[in-house]
Design a binder for this molecule. Structure first.
Ligand code: DI6
Ligand code: FE
Length: 404
């Protein structure tokens, strides 16, 4: 199907999961969607299509399901190298220490990324981006965090920004200088934050490379006290924040993020009910990352019941990264969230659309409604459940991208 959403067109003979504000999919059977100028002009029952749209080209979709295009709100898509050996060694009986001594972990990706130029980073990233687009993704969040020096952090963000000139996609960039402490600052987290991380954030912001600021708040990474100056600088620069929080333990990361009105807190396996109440009060979106939960064989699932009880909307993302979530499938992410975390299919679909958009501070995509961007996914499926039920199968028929 050829569809240029900048030209007037009516999509017809379809079922639309509009994901409106009310509970449920907002399913419209035998619906029509009018598109013009990269925006949704109208959506409703085909029998009620207004006369305004008579004469527009009609594209019939054979009864297929149409959802909002997907939003991947948490990825580390830009990096060099891979960590397949780290996957293999434990299976051969190596201990965690032996893997670390062999140079595994974030620092090994930092070494490879520092050594890669922009061209090599783009070449390494595009296949991962193409895999996401092939499953109907229209917006991808991309973090820095594998440079851990000013020059490479800026290079990662430059590459992330360039992706939207190489593919029909919207990129949202996140500065993650506080991802890990580089070997040259081992044991000196606070010095690294002051001497490298914050100067890199200021430089990246000055070049217009940053849409949000993130950090890894965890016993093996940065404490709340060490994250505080990074968030204070983000606030001073007028940038929203998000945080990898409570992934392996509860050290108060969510409460720090809520205090700063964060867009999102991510992983959150070890969040508690008080954290869920804090998120409800701050309007911060918890982003569940089942890929990392699965890959590290975590046993503590996020407190989904607490999020539901406090009315906290949950988002989902791939967390595509070479260490704990080397995957590029939001369809598989939906299946994992339902199977491992017991999300309903509606929660999973909202998690990769409207709630993921909210985790990025975007309100113009993620739902099918007049005025929203024409970011749509047409599926060889009749019901949303088919999207989460299968795994390892991609039923996308057409991705419609409203443009930059
Ligand atoms: N949490 C994670 O699981 C990843 N980063 C983070 O903050 C790990 C990234 C990697 O192992 O390369
Ligand atoms: Fe992550």
């Amino acid at each position: 199907m050829e569809c240029d959403p900048s030209e007037p067109i009516v999509l017809a003979d379809l079922g639309a999961a509009t994901l409106g504000p009310d509970q449920g999919y907002g399913l419209l059977a035998d619906a029509a969607i009018a598109l013009k100028g990269g925006r949704i002009a109208w959506v409703g029952a085909a029998t009620e299509l207004p006369q305004d749209y008579a004469g527009w080209r009609i594209e019939r979709l054979g009864g297929r399901l149409v959802t909002p295009a997907f939003v991947d709100c948490h990825t580390h898509l830009v990096f060099a190298g891979n960590r397949a050996r780290e996957f293999e060694m434990p299976l051969e009986g190596a201990s965690y220490e032996e893997v670390a001594r062999a140079g595994g972990g974030i620092v090994s990706t930092v070494r490879a990324t520092r050594a890669a130029g922009e061209t090599a980073l783009i070449a390494a990233t595009l296949p991962r981006l193409d895999a996401l687009l092939a499953e109907g993704v229209s917006v991808v969040e991309v973090k820095s965090g594998y440079g851990l020096d000013v020059e490479t952090e800026l290079r990662m963000l430059h590459v992330a920004r360039q992706l939207q000139s190489l593919r029909p996609v919207r990129i949202r960039t996140t500065f993650l200088g506080a991802h890990a402490t580089p070997v040259e600052y081992k044991g000196r987290n606070a010095d690294y934050i002051a001497e490298v991380c914050i100067p890199a954030l200021r430089a990246a912001h000055a070049e217009g490379l940053v849409d949000a600021v993130d950090g890894f708040c965890e016993g093996i990474a940065f404490s709340v006290a060490e994250m505080e100056p990074v968030f204070a600088e983000a606030k001073a620069l007028g940038l929203p924040v998000k945080l990898h929080a409570e992934q392996l333990s509860n050290i108060g990361g969510i409460r720090l993020a809520a205090r700063y009105g964060a867009l999102s807190v991510d992983h959150v396996e070890y969040a508690n009910d008080a954290d869920a109440a804090a998120l409800a009060a701050s309007g911060t979106v918890p982003v569940l990352l089942p890929g990392a939960f699965y890959a590290i064989r975590e046993t503590q699932a996020p407190p989904v019941a607490s999020f539901r009880a406090h009315g906290v909307p949950m988002a989902l993302a791939t967390d595509c990264n070479p260490g704990t979530s080397p995957m590029t499938s939001l369809l598989l992410t939906m299946n994992m969230a339902c199977t491992l975390f017991r999300l309903t299919v509606e929660e999973a679909l909202r998690g990769v659309t409207v709630n993921a958009a909210r985790a990025l501070g975007l309100s113009d995509t993620g739902r099918i409604a007049a005025g929203m961007r024409a970011d749509l996914a047409v599926w060889n499926a009749e019901s949303p459940a088919e999207l989460a039920y299968r795994f390892g199968f991609n039923p996308l028929h057409t991705r419609i991208f409203g443009g930059l």
